[in-house]
Design a protein around this ligand. Structure first.
Ligand code: SF4
Ligand code: SF4
Length: 462
C-alpha cells in the first residue's frame, strides 16, 4: 500500500509555486552507509571493467543492436534466437518481481547505477567543491558567489559524464569500435561523434540537473512498487507504534514516542521525503534515513532501529509469513522460464542456415538456354570455433551447382552470406518450379538438409 502524499505536496522536489526544489541531502554515516559504499564502489569498478573483459575472445556483455546480436558471458544470441532471448528476458523480469516481493526496492537503494553514481560519485564531488552540504544550500540562494564553484563542479561532471557515457556506449559497440570512434576526426566521422556527444550530454544532464527526478518521474519501476510489494515484503520503514506521538525534548517527555522530531531523516533523504508519512513511491529504500535516525537515537539514549528494514506486517505486530502466493508463484514461474531458456540453449543448432532467393529476376538463362537460379545462403556459426561449411546440391536428376566459394569459411559467432547458382535444363520444370535440396556440413558433426524450390519457365510437363 502506498501512502498518500503529505497535504499540500504534489512532488517532494517542487516548491509550492511550481519551481524546482533542489535536494541537498545531509550526509548520514552509519552501518548501512559503510555497507552500501562497499557495494557501490565494487559495482562502479565492475561497470567500468565489463566492456574490457573477455571470455573465449568475446566481451562479457555486448549488445550489438544494429546487427541484433547480443553477447552475454561468451554466448552470442543471433537475430534468429528470438525464443531463448525472450525466455531470458521473461526470466529476468520474473526475477525482478521476486526480488521486489522479498526485499522491496533493494535494487534502487543498493545497485541501480543512478543511485550508485549519484550518491557515491557525483554528490560527494558536489559537497567537496561547494564546501559541504550546508554550503551548497547557501549557494542556492547566493548566486553571485556560487558561480565559480559551480562552474568547477560542472567541469568535473563533464569529464565524468564523458567517461561514464563512453563506457555505456562500449556495451553497445564494443571497446575496439569505441577506441576507433574516439581517435577519429569528428569532421571525417560525424555520426560516431554525434552519438558520443549526445550520450555524454544526456549523462551530464542526468547527474547535474535531472538527478532524483529520474527515480521520481522517469523510471517506471517505482510505480510498479504498489503492485509488486505485499505486506510481508522487506522495506525501509519508520516504526510508527514506537515513534509516535513524536515530539521534542527527550529528557522531560512523558507520553511521547521515541521520535524526537529532529527531522534528521528528512534532511538526509535524497528524494526529499519524510519516511514518517508511510511507504511512498519516492522512497528508493536507500537506508540513509535509517543511519541518520540511529545516530539520533544513540544521542538521546534510545535503542537503534526506529527506522529500519522491516515489513508492513511486522510493524503492525503480525508474524512473518514466508509462504504466500507471490513467493510461491514467482519462483515457480522463474524456474519454468529459466529452465526453458537453458533447454533451448542446450538444444540450439551449432549453425543457423537460411536460404534466400536471388536479387532481381527469379531466374535467368545461360547462353545455352539453360535456366540459372541464384540462391543466397546465409550461414551463422553459433560455435566458439571457426568452421568451413561445404554446400552440396542433392539432386539425382542432375541439376548442376556452381558455388564460387565452397566451402564457406565462417568465423566463430559470425554470419556470412554466400551466393551459389543452380543450372538446370528448361524442360525439367513443372508449373514453373522444381524441388531440390541443399546439404550444408562442416565436417565436425554439423550436417543438415534444406529444401528449396527452383524457379523456371512456366511450362506444364506433358
Ligand atoms: S525515505 Fe529513507 S530510505 Fe527512503 S529514499 Fe528517503 S532516505 Fe532513502
Ligand atoms: S531521525 Fe528519527 S527521531 Fe529524528 S525525526 Fe526522523 S524518525 Fe524522528
Amino acid at each position: 500500500m502506498i501512502a498518500a502524499p503529505a497535504a499540500g505536496r504534489v512532488l517532494a522536489t517542487l516548491n509550492e509555486d511550481g519551481s524546482r526544489r533542489w535536494i541537498r541531502p545531509k550526509p548520514a554515516t552509519g552501518k548501512w552507509l559503510i555497507r552500501r559504499r562497499g557495494v557501490a564502489y565494487a559495482l562502479i569498478v565492475l561497470f567500468l571493467a565489463i566492456p574490457h573483459l573477455r571470455i573465449n575472445g568475446k566481451p562479457w556483455i555486448l549488445l550489438d543492436l544494429p546487427h541484433r546480436e547480443f553477447t552475454f558471458f561468451g554466448t552470442t544470441f543471433l537475430p534468429t534466437d528470438t525464443l531463448p532471448l525472450m525466455l531470458l528476458f521473461v526470466s529476468s523480469l520474473i526475477g525482478i518481481f521476486l526480488l521486489t516481493a522479498l526485499f522491496g526496492r533493494v535494487w534502487c537503494g543498493w545497485a541501480c547505477p543512478q543511485t550508485v553514481w549519484m550518491e557515491f560519485i557525483f554528490r560527494p564531488i558536489e559537497r567537496l567543491v561547494e564546501g559541504g552540504w550546508n554550503a551548497s544550500r547557501v549557494l542556492d540562494r547566493d548566486h553571485r558567489h556560487a558561480a565559480p564553484r559551480r562552474l568547477l563542479k560542472l567541469a568535473i561532471y563533464a569529464v565524468l559524464a564523458a567517461i561514464l557515457g563512453n563506457t555505456f556506449l562500449a556495451y553497445f559497440v564494443g571497446t575496439d569500435a569505441l577506441r576507433a570512434w574516439v581517435v577519429r576526426s569528428p569532421v571525417a566521422h560525424p555520426t560516431p561523434f554525434i552519438v558520443m556527444a549526445v550520450t555524454t550530454l544526456l549523462v551530464f544532464l542526468d547527474f547535474a540537473w535531472f538527478r532524483e527526478q529520474t527515480c521520481l518521474v522517469a523510471c517506471p519501476y517505482g510505480r510498479w512498487q504498489s503492485a509488486l510489494l505485499d505486506r510481508q515484503s522487506v522495506i525501509v520503514a519508520y516504526d510508527t507504534r514506537r515513534g509516535e506521538p513524536r515530539g521534542h525534548g527527550a529528557g522531560e517527555r512523558t507520553g511521547l514516542g521515541d521520535c524526537v522530531d529532529c527531522r534528521a531523516c528528512v534532511l538526509t533523504c535524497p528524494t526529499g521525503i519524510d519516511i514518517r508519512d508511510g511507504l511512498q513511491m519516492e522512497c528508493i529504500h536507500c537506508t540513509q534515513c535509517a543511519d541518520a535516525c540511529d545516530d539520533i537515537m544513540a544521542k538521546v539514549g534510545k535503542p537503534a532501529g526506529l527506522i529500519r528494514y522491516s515489513s508492513q506486517a511486522a510493524l503492525a505486530g503480525q508474524p512473518p509469513r514466508i509462504l504466500r502466493p507471490r513467493t510461491v508463484l514467482y519462483p515457480l514461474a522463474f524456474t519454468l522460464a529459466f529452465g526453458a531458456f537453458v533447454l533451448t540453449l542446450a538444444l540450439r543448432s551449432p549453425a543457423d542456415v537460411t536460404l534466400l532467393g536471388g536479387l532481381g529476376a527469379p531466374f535467368t538463362r545461360d547462353p545455352g538456354g539453360q535456366v540459372v537460379n541464384q540462391v543466397r545462403i546465409k550461414v551463422a556459426n553459433r560455435t566458439r570455433d571457426d568452421h568451413a561449411y561445404t554446400v552440396a546440391l542433392l539432386d539425382e536428376a542432375g541439376a548442376r551447382l556452381i558455388a564460387p566459394e565452397n566451402p564457406v569459411r565462417v568465423g566463430a559467432g559470425r554470419t556470412i552470406t554466400t551466393t551459389v547458382f543452380v543450372v538446370e535444363a528448361a524442360d525439367r520444370f513443372t508449373a514453373g518450379e522444381r524441388r531440390v535440396q541443399f546439404r550444408l556440413s562442416d565436417g565436425a558433426g554439423f550436417s543438415r538438409v534444406y529444401p528449396w524450390r527452383l524457379r523456371g519457365p512456366d511450362r506444364v510437363a506433358p
